[in-house]
Design a protein around this ligand. Structure first.
Ligand code: SF4
Length: 341
């Protein structure tokens, strides 16, 4: 095992699976590669593994467990004898320490014409001062979209986030500090990417309307009803104000592990006359929480477990700020997103 005093390997970053990646693999002399892929790329994983193996002359294994993000590095058991990890679909998280040499392939997507996208925004009559947030796949648009918007009388601002974000205008499902840094200068946010995951997170984290625009399809989604989302969470918090027995969940993933936060919450719970037990896991299966003599849970792991997956759990599952609301240590409003820093 690597000593905690050893320097962390520096991540290498590549836009796509292509010649630069193959050349770098050959240059480091990697013989056994572990390929990590997110759920959205599982279908392509085996073709990509074959291509990497062919072009780099290394043996490539594919991790069966879909990778949630750059917070989720392979365990020793998963990595086995691999001398290189290739992680697809994510940018590195600058303040997450790597245990192994890791190449991040961001899978940049060149689709999306900035002029056409700006035209869609103008035709839909979005507010004039927009904060721009991009999925990592569409971050190349950050260079040209603000100018295209400006030609139509719009401002498109990119913020700079904290040490958990690698690029201005980037977002993680647990960190929207780039958006927060410009929130007081914009009337709405425009997310460039696909799916609801990031727009929902933006709505949790900021109090501005959030539109989402799929760059490849040119489809603009209507804004998310933040008030309804927040009201649901406030009702959940109110329902567990008197809960006595709490489980405090702690992830073992490198970029989700918050033992110090868990211990602080445990102390707050005890000070308020509650019982609390810290529960550790790597991948959380809702079935593992069944049959326990606990009234409710607070998750110090990925905040999206509590927010997006709550229907999977038989007992209320709160984020740390929500837990402090339930204890009466924070007000219910304004709602506070559980940002990972
Ligand atoms: S903690 Fe959750 S939202 Fe943040 S990078 Fe990991 S999986 Fe994504």
């Amino acid at each position: 095992m690597r000593s905690t005093d050893s320097p962390s390997p520096e991540p290498r970053v590549f836009p796509t699976v292509g010649p630069a990646l193959f050349e770098a693999i050959r240059a480091v002399g990697a013989r056994r590669i572990l390929l990590q892929v997110p759920a959205g790329l599982v279908r392509n994983a085996h073709d990509l593994a074959g291509e990497i193996a062919r072009e780099s002359a290394a043996r490539v294994s594919v991790s069966v467990r879909p990778c949630f993000g750059a917070c989720d590095l392979p365990s020793a058991a998963e990595a086995g004898a691999s001398d290189l990890v290739v992680s697809l679909g994510h940018a590195p998280i600058p303040n997450v320490r790597l245990e192994r040499t890791t190449f991040f392939v961001e899978m940049r997507d060149a689709r999306g014409d900035p002029e056409r996208l700006a035209e869609i925004v103008a035709a839909a009559g979005l507010p004039r001062r927009l904060g721009l947030v991009f999925s990592i796949q569409h971050l190349d648009l950050a260079d040209r979209l603000p100018a295209a918007l400006a030609r139509r009388g719009y401002s498109g601002l990119l913020g700079t986030g904290d040490r958990r974000l690698a690029y201005p205008g980037q977002a993680l499902g647990c960190n929207y500090t780039s958006a927060e840094s410009v929130a007081d200068r914009v009337d709405a946010f425009l997310f460039l990417g696909t799916g609801r995951f990031h727009p929902l997170g933006l709505a949790w984290a900021t109090d501005r309307p959030v539109w989402a625009l799929d760059p490849a399809q040119g489809r603009l989604e209507p804004p998310i009803d933040r008030a309804a989302l927040v009201a649901q969470r406030q009702m959940l918090v109110a329902s567990v104000r008197d809960a006595l027995r709490w489980g405090i969940l702690v992830s073992g993933f490198a970029g989700q592990e918050r033992s110090a936060t868990a211990r602080a919450l445990e102390e707050r719970a005890r000070a308020k006359g509650r019982r609390a037990t810290i529960l550790r896991f790597d991948r959380l299966d809702p079935r593992d929480l069944e049959g326990r003599d606990l009234d409710a849970y607070v998750s110090t792991a990925c905040p999206r477990i509590a927010l997006d997956d709550r229907a999977l759990y038989g007992r209320p599952l709160l984020t740390p700020p929500e837990f402090l609301m339930a204890l009466g240590e924070l007000p219910l409003a304004p709602y506070r997103f559980d940002t990972f820093h």
